[in-house]
Design a protein around this ligand. Structure first.
Ligand code: UD1
Length: 372
C-alpha cells in the first residue's frame, strides 16, 4: 500500500508526525511525504520537521506565499504530476490550511482516495478562510477522520453518510504527549528569565485579528495592560510581525516579543504559563490536554469541546472583556486539572492508520481520473 501525506503549514506538521511514526512501523506501507512549502521560513517549517523528528519530505514544492487563489492554484499545479506518478492508495490531508484544500481537489479529481484528518470542525464563520477550506474538503474527501463527537454531528448534519466517518481522536495530543520529555529539556524559561506559573503567553495570527488595524490596535492595547500584572511572552508569527511593523504601536514594547519558536521550546513555554491568550486553533486543544488556562481572542471557535470539556474560554476581542477574563483567570485556582476529552489519549495516529488499512470507505482505489 502506498500513502501520500500532503502538508503545507505549521499545524499540519504537528498532525503528520505521529501518523508518519505509526506508518513507519508498518512494513507493508510505503509512506511518501509531500511538503507544499506554504510555510517556508526556517522557524515555521524546518524547525518543526526537526523538533517533531519528521523525516525530510520526499517532495518539497516550494509554493510560498501569495493570495489564496495563487497559493491554492500553484499547489494544485505542482501536485498533479506527482500524484499522477505516485498513484497512492490514499492521499492523507490534515487540518484546514490552503495546502489541505489544494491537495484534496487535485487528488479527488485524479480519482485518488482522500482521507481528511481533523474532519468535521466548524466555526460557522464563513469569513475565516479555514472554514471555507474545512467545508470544501469534507464535502469531497472519502474518509473523514474526526477528533470528537461534535465533529461527527456537524458532518452528519451536512448530509455525510456514516460510512465515510471514523472518530479517531485528536492526533495533536499524540504529538504533545510524545514530545513532553524532550520539551522538558528546553532552556527557554531560563533564557527568557521567566518563572513557571508567573507569566502569560500570547499568539496572534488570524487575518481577522491582525490584518484589521483597529482590531490589532485594541488587542495590543489590552495585552499591554495585562503586561502590567505579569510578563507577557509573545512569539510573533511572520504575518503579525509585518502588520505590527507597519503600525509601529508603542504599546508593543510592553510585551516580550519573540521570533516564532520551535515546537519543543514553545511547548515548554506555554505548558508552564499562568495563562495563554490566543487565536490559534491548535493551542486551544493543546492547553486543554495539559490543563493550562486558555482565553481565545475570537468570537467563535471550531473547537467547542475545549470549552465544554477543557480549559478554554472564548472571550472575543473587546479589551475590557479580555482584561476581565484574564483577571478572573488569575484569581482562580492554579494549576487546573487537565480534563482530556474522550480519545485525546495519544493513540489517535494508530486509529488513523488502522482506518486507512481497513479501508472502509467503500470506494475502490484507482478510479480513473475525471476527464479534462
Ligand atoms: C496559515 C493557515 C492557518 C494556520 C497558520 C499557522 C491558511 C488559509 N491559513 O496561516 O490556518 O493556522 O498557517 O501558522 O492556510 N509567511 C512568512 N513565512 C512563512 C509563511 C508565511 O513570512 O514561512 C508570511 C507571508 O507574509 C505570508 C503570511 O505570512 O503572506 C501568511 O502566510 P500564509 O501561509 O498565507 O497564512 P498564515 O497566516 O500562516
Amino acid at each position: 500500500m502506498k500513502i501520500c501525506s500532503v502538508v503545507g503549514a505549521r499545524p499540519n506538521f504537528v498532525k503528520l508526525a505521529p501518523i508518519a511514526r505509526e506508518l513507519a512501523r508498518r512494513p507493508q506501507v510505503r509512506h511518501c511525504i509531500i511538503h507544499t512549502g506554504q510555510h517556508y521560513d526556517a522557524a515555521l517549517a524546518d524547525a518543526f520537521f526537526h523538533d517533531l523528528q519528521l523525516p525530510p519530505p520526499d517532495y518539497a514544492l516550494g509554493i510560498g506565499s501569495g493570495t489564496h487563489a495563487e497559493q491554492t492554484a500553484r499547489t494544485m499545479l505542482a501536485l498533479e504530476p506527482i500524484l499522477a506518478e505516485e498513484k497512492p492508495d490514499w492521499v492523507v490531508v490534515m487540518g484546514d490550511v490552503n495546502a489541505t484544500l489544494a491537495a484534496t481537489l487535485t487528488a479527488v479529481k485524479r480519482g485518488l482516495r482522500v482521507a481528511h484528518v481533523e474532519a468535521g470542525l466548524r466555526s460557522f464563520d464563513r469569513a475565516m478562510p479555514e472554514e471555507i477550506n474545512r467545508r470544501l474538503v469534507d464535502a469531497v474527501a472519502d474518509l473523514l477522520l474526526t477528533p470528537s463527537a461534535d465533529a461527527d454531528e456537524n458532518l452528519l448534519r451536512e448530509g455525510v453518510t456514516p460510512e465515510r466517518l471514523r472518530r479517531v481522536g485528536n492526533v495533536m495530543v499524540d504529538s504533545l504527549l510524545a514530545a513532553l520529555p524532550r520539551a522538558a529539556e528546553s532552556a527557554i524559561l531560563d533564557q527568557l528569565e521567566l518563572s513557571p506559573g508567573a507569566y502569560a503567553v500570547v499568539t496572534l495570527h488570524r487575518p481577522a485579528n491582525v490584518d484589521d488595524p483597529p482590531t490589532l490596535r485594541r488587542l495590543i492595547g489590552a495585552l499591554a495592560k495585562l503586561a502590567k500584572r505579569l510578563p507577557v511572552a509573545f512569539p510573533v508569527h511572520p504575518r503579525t510581525r509585518a502588520r505590527l511593523e507597519a503600525l509601529a504601536l508603542p504599546e508593543v514594547r510592553a510585551l516580550r516579543c519573540l521570533p516564532p519558536l520551535g515546537y519543543l521550546d514553545f511547548l515548554q513555554l506555554w505548558r508552564q504559563a499562568r495563562l495563554t491568550l490566543t487565536d490559534s486553533g491548535g493551542l486551544q486543544e493543546e492547553t486543554t490536554a495539559l490543563g493550562v488556562p486558555c482565553l481565545t481572542l475570537r468570537t467563535t471557535t471550531e473547537r467547542p469541546i475545549t470549552v465544554w470539556e477543557g480549559t478554554n474560554r472564548v472571550v472575543g476581542t473587546d479589551p475590557d472583556a479580555i482584561l476581565a477574563a484574564a483577571e478572573a483567570c488569575l484569581a482562580s485556582p492554579y494549576p487546573m486539572a487537565p480534563r482530556r476529552p474522550a480519545l485525546w489519549d495519544g493513540q489517535a495516529a494508530s486509529r488513523i492508520v488502522e482506518a486507512l488499512l481497513a479501508d472502509r470507505s467503500g470506494r475502490p482505489p484507482g478510479r480513473p481520473p475525471l476527464e479534462d
